[in-house]
Write a protein that binds this ligand. Sequence first.
Ligand code: SAJ
Length: 422
Amino acid sequence: MNFDRISVIGLGYIGLPTAAAFAARKKQVIGVDVTPSTVDTINQGEIHIVEPDLDMVVNAAVTEGFLKATLTPEPADAFLIAVPTPFKGDNHEPDLRYIESAANSIAPVLKPGNLVILESTSPVGATEAMAAWLESARPDLTFPQTHGEDSDIRIAHCPERVLPGHVMRELVENDRVIGGMTSKCSEMAVKLYRTFVVGDCVITNARTAEMAKLTENSFRDVNIAFANELSIICDKLDINVWELIALANRHPRVNILQPGPGVGGHCIAVDPWFIVSQTPDEAKLIATARKVNDSKPEWVIDKVKIAVADYLAARATKTAADVSIACLGLTFKPDIDDLRESPALMIAEKIANFHPGKMLFVEPNICELPASLQEQGRLVSLAEALVQADVCVLLVDHKPFKAIVKGSISPDTVIIDTKGVL
Ligand code: SAJ
């Protein structure tokens, strides 16, 4: 089977780069998205998300006729589903409704010999659920869950594992976990990814592939929770946690991650809950790590309240309204413009809500404050914040913050450095 026409369902942070990577290898790619403005933007050779080098590749692919976007699926040789898997309800249960609707949207155009791959980060069993939805929509076709190696349609789970900000390189270089529902499904999926992947394509079954992705992000979450807990312990014991971790990491079998204001983004703070919601009695450590990381922003906010109180205690004539607070960094991690699920943004919003004095926000990667902060203060340069602020809360380790020269900050300025930069 040759994959001459490939369809990618969901043109977001994963789907669009993946579609572009196939198109750059001169495959005919049909990208499908439910949002008309996304489809229009891509068909004009432009992109609706920020990811280094993606604009160039999409523009070339559209201009040369290898990539087009549509609202409705068309027949293809392979279909990759890269739609969101958010939570539903209060118990962080994964919501598979977008996968279900993607499956129902491609079902009418499926034909024998097609390969369907689920790329969305999914709870264990989601690929089997997708296969069942496809089967009930197309009873005229056979599927691996009932016909094994002889099925008309092949199905696999191949989770995306790329790091935002490095997607175009990691898509090509990272090893790929290929979880076919049968061996033939896996073989076909490997052949498809070999179009652009130079990393290893490692074969397993669909359930293990689903769990592998959740495990990778849970490993990181648990390790960051350990670092965050250490930072709180060290604060109490008057020990520099950054020095401590650097020392411990000199041990050949120790590799502790870095503490911070909390864990943000759409993956590491989300995926561990998929394990917890399926196995709540067993996943005790993973659940605790989530709680430790989710409670870190409140700990930072308490530190700010204490700092303001101490500052005022030493200045009898001043009130809280006279104190200027600067928040350095608003994004969920360094050197990107992504504010979604950002602990830094959440901390800045909460400080602005209780603090009666001036608020200054420094975020070198955005041009305009988000709506939640627009009435609360000003977006200012780093230099202005360092001169004006009485209390500086460093929330993200952006490159320009790492370059702050010691001595350029007045000794009277109170510093709360959640990333160990200053
Ligand atoms: N963070 C820390 N301390 C650290 C490292 C990170 O507090 O030592 C924080 C960051 O500031 C950020 C959050 O964790 O708020 C997550 O950042 P990240 O860079 O670790 O990860 P993501 O969410 O951008 O991307 C992750 C990656 N997974 C792993 O590294 C195991 C990526 O490879 C996945 O493809 C992505 O999740 C995803 O889509 O699941």
